[in-house]
Design a protein around this ligand. Structure first.
Ligand code: ADP
Ligand code: MG
Length: 456
């Protein structure tokens, strides 16, 4: 067997070409190869932050390269120090559930039959920091988590801008329900996946099974319902499921990036149902809450000084995801460069919180518009509509940020500089030659401008 160091060195060379020097230094230099699994290479990363960041931003790139270099299809990460072992949360296991055990819908739609609840164990109420910005949302979510049956907050609708903790709360509710009663059927699902499942079920003449499955859950946790926009048939079936569950006192929790009244492209009768229970809002945390969030994230993983935390909290004013982004890079730099001076910190904030974040904002806008998940835009799929959306995101990133083409490529889909040039040229030509494309770009342009100005 090849020595894992030799193999990983080979991979590193190729990764360096793709991601550029600064990302490479921050994210890849600290990784150590540990060996091989049956179909994987095992890599050691310094902490959980690192692990999550790499998973989110570079996993498909790393997988592609590993596959090419040593023919392994998987990449496994282990966390070095103070490592919390990867916990598997309590999950709905259909093997213990006769109704679901026999459902062909489950077999066709859930890859992991041992975990159809789709809950991420890392999101719980214990690690959700409370402040004025989220107090009502958190307490009502906790109430639902403790008493999901016949709860007066049904549905609970949580709305707020990107990165403010909607998904965190949604999963925390599900985890709490299952913690109290393992037999509860909790299903937590992204609206885009919900739509895909419904389309598949129609294709295989099985829509009955789809509605039957969802009408038999104890709690339906549906993330980002704005993505149901214009999906008439899915909305109809959701309306039916909603009524079934509501009548039985089963809980429904929804999240959205806007208040129900602004959910365009959703049927009135559905939106009016969404307003039956309680609607709560998440807003941007104040300074003290930001500091508390950063401290809680830091305490699990690394030593980072209070002054660094305060510095970050004072200067990042948008949302918690951005706070985390800056913090993660600061942590990575601390482990590679020990002392973090203010200049380095300010650079991180400038880079992450302006460039990366602007690119994030643009990509979210484009993903909304094309109704394609953000993971697809950042991912590697070559499917036509996804590839077009990605090109559009690159086009706007070039138009509105100061990032180099190389950075844009590495942030959007791990592509190289020439792919970005090609994408931007392609969109510019289409704008000139196709009316439809011009209109589309004009519309997205308005949205992008709005989001970029929204410094909050
Ligand atoms: P949204 O779904 O609103 O876009 P997420 O729930 O994905 O946002 O949150 C983004 C990140 O910020 C997650 O890692 C989440 O754990 C973290 N986060 C958000 N709000 C809080 C909070 N109040 N306390 C701790 N972490 C938070
Ligand atoms: Mg979310």
């Amino acid at each position: 067997m090849d020595d894992c160091f030799v193999v990983w060195d080979d991979c590193l060379e190729k990764i360096r070409e793709k991601v550029g020097e600064s990302s490479f230094k921050t994210w890849f230099s600290p990784i150590r190869p540990k060996g091989f699994g049956d179909d994987s290479i095992i890599l050691e990363v310094p902490n959980n932050f690192f692990h999550e960041w790499i998973n989110e931003h570079f996993l498909s790139l790393v997988k592609d390269i590993v596959l090419k270099v040593c023919n392994k299809t998987n990449v496994e990460f282990v966390v070095t120090e103070r490592g919390e072992k990867k916990k598997r949360g309590k999950v709905l296991n259909i093997r213990n559930d006769n109704f679901f055990k026999n459902s062909s819908f489950v077999k066709n739609n859930f890859q992991d039959e041992d975990n159809i609840s789709g809950l991420n164990p890392k999101y719980n109420f214990g690690n959700f920091i409370e402040g004025d910005c989220n107090q009502l949302a958190k307490s009502s979510a906790e109430s639902v988590g403790m008493n999901p049956l016949n709860n007066p907050f049904n549905p609970l609708m949580i709305y707020g801008d990107v990165g403010l903790g909607k998904t965190h709360l949604l999963h925390a509710i599900g985890n709490k329900i299952i913690e109290n009663d393992m037999s509860k059927r909790v299903v937590c699902i992204q609206s885009t996946v919900f739509v895909d499942q419904f389309i598949n079920s129609i294709r295989s003449n099985n829509s009955q099974e789809f509605s039957s499955f969802y009408s038999h859950v104890d709690a339906l946790l549906l993330d980002d319902v704005q993505f149901l926009k214009d999906k008439e048939k899915t909305q109809e079936i959701l309306f039916y499921v909603f009524n079934q569950l509501h009548q039985l006192g089963k809980e429904i929790v929804l999240t959205s990036d806007r208040p129900p009244t602004e959910l365009v492209g959703l049927q009135d009768r559905l939106v009016s149902r969404f307003k039956w229970g309680l609607t709560v809002n998440l807003t941007v945390p104040d300074l003290e809450t930001k500091i508390a969030i950063l401290k809680s994230k830091a305490s699990n993983n690394v030593n980072i000084s209070d002054s660094v935390i305060e510095y970050i909290a004072q200067r990042v004013n948008s949302n918690v995801r951005e706070l985390e982004g800056v913090m993660i890079t600061a942590v990575a730099k601390t482990s590679s460069e020990h002392n973090l001076d203010i200049e380095t910190l300010q650079n991180i904030i400038n880079n992450i919180s302006s460039n990366d974040i602007e690119i994030d904002r643009i990509s979210y806008c484009v993903s909304d518009y094309f109704k394609i998940s953000i993971d697809d835009i950042f991912g590697q799929s070559r499917q036509k509509d996804i590839a077009t959306a990605r090109k559009v995101a690159m086009y706007f990133a070039k138009k509105y940020t100061k990032c180099s083409l190389k950075t844009i490529g590495s942030l959007i889909g791990g592509r190289d500089h020439s792919t970005v040039v090609h994408a931007v040229n392609n969109i510019e030509t289409l704008v000139k030659t196709e009316k439809g494309m011009k209109k589309l770009i004009d519309n997205i342009n308005k949205e992008v401008k709005k989001r970029l100005q929204m410094k909050m």
